[in-house]
Design a protein around this ligand. Structure first.
Ligand code: ACO
Length: 363
């Protein structure tokens, strides 16, 4: 029996046609397309067609309209769940709402509803938390624009919806990351697509995975000025803290998504000082990590510039993990559908290192 390390490093746990992460080359391939092409070539709705191809009975050219209808359906379900429990954080409120989706309908309708529900619920959660009422979807709009409109209740400039769309495409799928693996395990028991999506969200919410971008901005604020960066970062790492937005299990070089999102942040951000501060802190962090974590290759990951993009879109920090889920639910549903298409229950073994029962009369 081969015993894996605690974090399953290097273990191949599934065959997939969805995506490949080449950590040495810093390359992400999604269904045959390099990340750069993906972001240039497809809208989020088109990417859903690419990801779901061969696994659902939906025409790619009807996905945008079908998704619009599914957002309306999700808004109806939302009404049955109000008021939201007020003791929960924003991401926990999203988890609560997703739990209300019934696991017993056709899988492709579920995949649409899961993708549609995340922005509808997220916009509602963010508005309700600030004493405003939820706004109904507009099925004619594209997904990114409709989310921003449901949140802001105003017409959305093209540059904002294009930036969010690029973000959603960029983070839609990424191999067997922790949340996708969690979703696949749940799907493999045939528990149902929504249960698997809820499981994906539960894994995503941790700060070591999708919870990092809010703390990235906290770090930028705490550092405040470029000249403070080296001392602040050195002390943080010396105290055993992890610098949010750096390090990755697979990438040994810079995460390619970081550059796509940095370009988006630069296009969006009027406040060039903020980007400059981020760049200087990034450079200082890479030096501090190289110096204090010798032998490890800790590079910038997707979350660093995610934080800058979402901030430039005027999204509150508590929403960042929910917006990540808006993109990643595309990958979760695709992997769930692939898992259901002939996959076996995922059931590894453990290596028991506890005591054995005493044989009677020997103690
Ligand atoms: N800052 C400081 N030290 C770090 C960092 C970091 N960001 N990342 C890893 N390390 C150190 C660890 O302390 C450890 O050092 P040690 O051996 O001296 O204790 C060493 O690098 C190896 O760490 P592991 O935990 O084994 O690395 P792993 O591959 O398990 O973790 C992870 C990857 C969770 C992403 C890690 O790099 C991290 O915590 N980063 C910060 C959080 C973050 O940005 N998460 C988002 C990741 S991208 C995504 O999920 C979408």
């Amino acid at each position: 029996m081969t015993v894996a390390t605690g974090g399953l490093d290097g273990v191949v746990a599934a065959k997939t046609v969805m995506s490949h992460v080449d950590g040495e080359a810093g390359r992400l391939i999604v269904r045959g397309y390099d990340l750069g092409d993906l972001a240039d070539r497809f809208t989020f709705e088109e990417l859903l067609g690419v990801l779901w191809d061969g696994f659902v009975d939906i025409r790619p050219d009807s996905i945008r309209a079908d998704l619009g209808e599914a957002r309306m359906e999700a808004f109806g379900i939302l009404q049955t769940c109000l008021p939201l429990p007020s003791n929960l954080s924003a991401v926990e409120q999203l988890r609560f709402l997703l739990s209300a989706l019934p696991d017993h309908t056709l899988e492709e309708r579920q995949a649409l509803l899961a993708v549609a529900a995340v922005p509808v619920f997220t916009a509602a959660v963010l508005r309700l938390r600030t004493g405003r009422s939820a706004i109904a979807p507009d099925a004619r709009l594209n997904h990114a624009t409709d989310f921003l409109r449901m949140l802001r209740n105003e017409p959305i400039p093209d540059h904002d919806s294009e930036a969010l769309d690029t973000y959603l495409v960029t983070v839609a799928d990424h191999g067997l990351n922790a949340s996708t693996f969690a979703a696949r395990i749940i799907a493999s028991t045939q528990a149902g697509l929504f249960s698997a999506v809820v499981g994906g969200l539960c894994a995503l919410k941790g700060p070591l995975h999708g919870g990092a971008p809010g703390p990235v901005l906290d770090m930028l604020d705490a550092i405040g000025r470029p000249e403070n960066a080296k001392t602040w970062l050195t002390e943080a790492v010396a105290q055993g803290e992890r610098l949010m937005g750096f390090g990755h299990r697979i990438y040994r070089v810079r995460d390619p998504r970081a550059d796509v999102l940095k370009a988006v942040a630069k296009r969006l951000k009027n406040d060039t000082n903020r980007i400059q501060l981020a760049e200087e802190i990034e450079a200082a962090a890479l030096c501090v990590l190289a110096d204090q974590k010798k032998g490890l290759t800790l590079e910038t990951n997707v979350e660093f510039y995610t934080a800058l993009v979402l901030e430039a879109l005027r999204l509150p920090r508590e929403s960042f993990t929910l917006i990540f889920a808006m993109g990643r639910v595309a990958g979760w549903t695709a992997h769930i559908l692939e898992q259901l298409d002939g996959g076996r229950i995922i059931r590894p073994q453990s290596d028991y290192v506890g005591p054995m029962p005493q044989v009677a009369g020997t103690a």
